[in-house]
Each structure stands twice: as C-alpha cells, then as structure tokens.
Ligand binder design. Structure first.
Ligand SMILES: [Zn+2]
Ligand SMILES: [Zn+2]
Length: 462
C-alpha cells in the first residue's frame, strides 16, 4: 500500500488498534488537504479502499460484540429452564440484536450465526475481516459454503479461501471454494442440499414500485430448470407465432396464467402437457402449476382499513414514558438495569390504570370482555391498530398472529388495552423471564430487553 505523503496517512491495518477501540485504525487526513475535492484521483481511490477496510474492521467489531453477548446469554441459561413454550436463549439473543440494530429477526439470526462462526471455527476469517483483507460479503461466502461441513473440511476450505479471497469477487470465491468443498466432503454437500429442499416454499414480496415478486424457493435444481425451460419453450413458440411481447414478459404472463388457473389457449396447453417438449420433466410445469387458485383475494382482506393517526396525546405519553425509563436507568449498574427499567415500566403501567379504564369504558362496550377469546369486533379493532406483530422489527401480519393478553388472562381483562398481536416466535420470546412487555395505553407498548434497553411500539408506527 502506497503512503500518500502530503495528505492521507494510511496505517497498516493489520497491526490493528485493539487497545484504543474508539480510534479507527487507518486514515488521517492532514490539515492541509482535508476536502476530498483537493485530492488527486489515485488518492481518492485510496481513500475509498481505506474506508472499505474501516467498514470491514467495524463489521468485525460488531460481530465480535454480538458473539460476546451471545456467549453470555447462552451461558446464563441453565438446562432446567428449557420449556417448549418459552423461546430459548439462543433465539432470544437474536431478538435482542434485531431490536437493537433495527433489523428483521432473519437478518439478526444470520448475524448471530456469522458472529458465532467467525469467533469460533472460522476465527481466521474473522481475523481477515478485522484486518480489512476481506470484506463482510466475502466473510459471508466463506461462512455459507463451510456451513455444515465437517470440522476438518471446514479448516481446509477456509485456508484455501483465505489464500486468494482478497483478490476474488464474491462470485469467483464462491465458485472456487464450492468446488473444493464438493471434493472434500461430497456427502455433507449432498445432505445440505436435501435439507434445503425440505424447506421449499413459495414467497411473496411487495416492491416499492407497487408491483410484487412471487418466487418458488429451494426447489430441487432439476425441478427449477424443468419449469423454467418448459415455460421458456412455450414462450419461444408464441414468439415464433408472432407474439410481440418480450420473452421475459411472455414467461411471466404464462406463469401467472397457469398459477391463477386461467385457461390457456389449446396450443399452449398442448405444449405444456406434452412430454416431448423438453425431456422427462415435462409434466412438472403442467401438473404442478395448473389448477391452483390465486391467494390474492385472501391476502388483500382487511388491508384497506385506515389506520388512525397517532394523536398528539399518545405521542406525548410515549415521550413521557421514554423519559421516565431513561431516568430509571440513569446511573444504575448494568447488571441491575433490566430490573430498574422493568420496574419503571411497571410503575407507568400502574399509574395509568384508572385513566385506561375510563378510556375503555367510554363508548359502546364496557371495559373488558368476560371470556378468554376476544369477540370478532375486538379482534378487528386490534388488527387494525397493529397491522403486524408488535415486536419492533417483526413484519408478520397480525391476522396470522395470536392475540396475546399482555397481562396474562384473568376474567375481565380481555380488552383492547390488554391485547396485542404477537407472532408465535415473539409470543414465545415474551414468555421469557428476561424480557418484559407492558401495554401502558391501548396500543402503546413497551418492550424491556434483557440488557435493560426498551423499545416503545406505537399503534401506527408502520
Ligand atoms: Zn381496557
Ligand atoms: Zn413477531
């Protein structure tokens, strides 16, 4: 690495700077040239490279911190605690990370897994990331390809990967080390594939442009190709027949028609069901896809409710709660924080009890319902108030959630001030003793995490 004498000093990132963790290793811009506009082109590229190494270093720190938290939480759980109704520590810490970093549970689980691996069996990869020799994307590739390999094969694949990883893109690296893994541990690679096929599924995402993506995921590779080839063959036949739509659009339209059970022109149907079209898997597309009806109507159900705007009172209540919790946490030692914050949230909940009862009794219904199960109108109201599970980063639609009694049920507290949608996972998380959930006002909830931080969830946050 060239040292740019006049402006940018690039320290050797391999030396690290562990002792002074608040100072990033690497770059210092002199007084004379501190604006990017004053740098030459190659200096700019060096700044970019150095910044990328910083990012790698920072990501290594992030992962190391997560790994340490994970280690503590898992260590703290005694075997006697295990209960299928309660989320285990391994997954609880994932939710703690999700809430702290504002990422989905899936992303957090991937991070926790990566953190565990890079501080354990793939420590050399972790060190390469920290030194900025590889970036996070390449560390993920190495973690991904070695997942479920036996220890010895993992070691060998990692060593081979690191030899050239800094000069390869993620695609090149993945192809190269996949071949090595296949050679070293063919049985594990095969088993992993079978395992993945067991999780085959259909997924739906909505796009910012107002469209949606629909995908069949983790199919056996032969099935995927068979379906794709078959639809392509039909699309090409239609093109040859004078259809002017682009091939991609024809493919998408054909698949859509098939999945929605719309009758296709006879010629197309023949092509799709005739075993001769593209080899042996000919019936896959026809039989597997035809006759299924669209889920769309069901998906749209209940989505057109207007969510009431959060009024100013609710917002000031949330702010007040936030201040009280911050005060409670104040100077308390970290080990006692969770209890201090939990008690503060409990106090807020208690103090608002009378006002809450008055609000609930206000109009048509008296406060609470006698039974355990909320009546349909109440369920609709709760689902309109929270379109998704009330864990801060969860996107599970509320119509697929349990309506949880925030304070465990006893007669009279099946009420809008004590019900909130929780998906199965976050329902189990809530059962843990080191997590607390309070509903201080109808629809206004406070989560207290094991580390004593809190997340306030408002009715129309999303
Ligand atoms: Zn109530
Ligand atoms: Zn959830």
């Amino acid at each position: 690495m060239k040292i740019v004498s006049t402006s940018v000093v690039i320290a050797n990132p391999r030396r690290g700077d562990e002792g002074r963790a608040s100072v990033l290793p690497g770059i210092r811009v002199s007084d004379r040239k501190e604006r990017l506009g004053d740098l030459s082109d190659d200096e700019l590229l060096e700044v970019a490279q150095t910044a990328r190494r910083h990012a790698s270093w920072a990501q290594a720190r992030e992962l190391a911190a997560i790994a340490e938290l994970h280690r503590r939480r898992v260590e703290a759980e005694t075997d006697g605690d295990l209960d299928y109704r309660i989320l285990p520590a391994q997954e609880s810490v994932t939710e703690e990370v999700a809430a702290a970093l504002t990422i989905t549970s899936n992303s957090a689980a991937a991070l926790v897994h990566l953190a565990e691996r890079l501080t354990g069996p793939l420590a050399a990869t972790g060190a390469a990331l920290e030194a900025g020799r590889i970036d996070l994307a390449r560390a993920r590739v190495i973690c991904d390809v070695t997942d479920s390999l036996p220890d010895r094969a993992t070691e060998l694949v990692e060593a081979a990967a690191l030899e050239r990883a800094s000069d390869q893109t993620t695609g090149q690296l993945r192809r190269r080390i996949k071949r090595i893994a296949q050679r070293l541990a063919p049985a594990s690679v095969e088993e992993r594939k079978r395992e993945a096929v067991r999780r085959r599924r259909m997924e739906l995402w909505e796009n910012p442009s107002g469209t949606a993506d629909l995908a069949l995921c983790d199919l056996a590779v032969e099935d995927g190709h068979a379906i794709y080839n078959k639809i392509t063959a039909v699309a090409q036949a239609l093109r040859a027949d004078g259809d002017t739509r682009p091939l991609n659009a024809i493919r998408a339209d054909l698949a859509t028609q098939l999945l929605r059970g719309v009758p296709l022109p006879d010629a197309t149907r023949d092509l799709l069901t005739k075993a001769s079209v593209l080899g042996t898997e000919a019936s896959v597309a026809g039989e597997a896809l035809a006759g299924q009806t669209s889920d769309r109507e069901r998906c749209q159900d209940g989505d057109d409710t207007d969510h009431p705007a959060v009024d100013a009172e609710l917002e000031s209540l949330a702010n007040a709660a936030h201040e009280l919790l911050a005060e409670a946490r104040g100077s308390v030692r970290s080990a006692d924080r969770q209890r201090a914050v939990g008690r503060a949230a409990q106090r807020i909940h208690h103090r608002l009890a009378v006002a809450r009862d008055l609000v609930c009794q206000g109009d048509r219904q008296s406060h609470g319902q006698p039974g355990y199960r909320p009546p349909a109108w109440m369920r609709r109201e709760i689902e309109a108030r929270h379109a998704t599970c009330v864990f801060p980063t969860c996107n599970q639609p509320s119509h697929r959630c349990d309506l949880d009694h925030t304070v465990p049920w006893r007669p009279g507290i099946t009420c809008r001030c004590n019900l909130a949608p929780l998906c199965r996972r976050h329902h189990r998380l809530k059962q843990r003793l080191d997590w607390k959930l309070f509903q201080i006002w109808p629809g206004l909830l406070i989560w207290v995490t094991p580390s004593g931080t809190w997340h306030i969830v408002r009715p129309d946050l999303r």
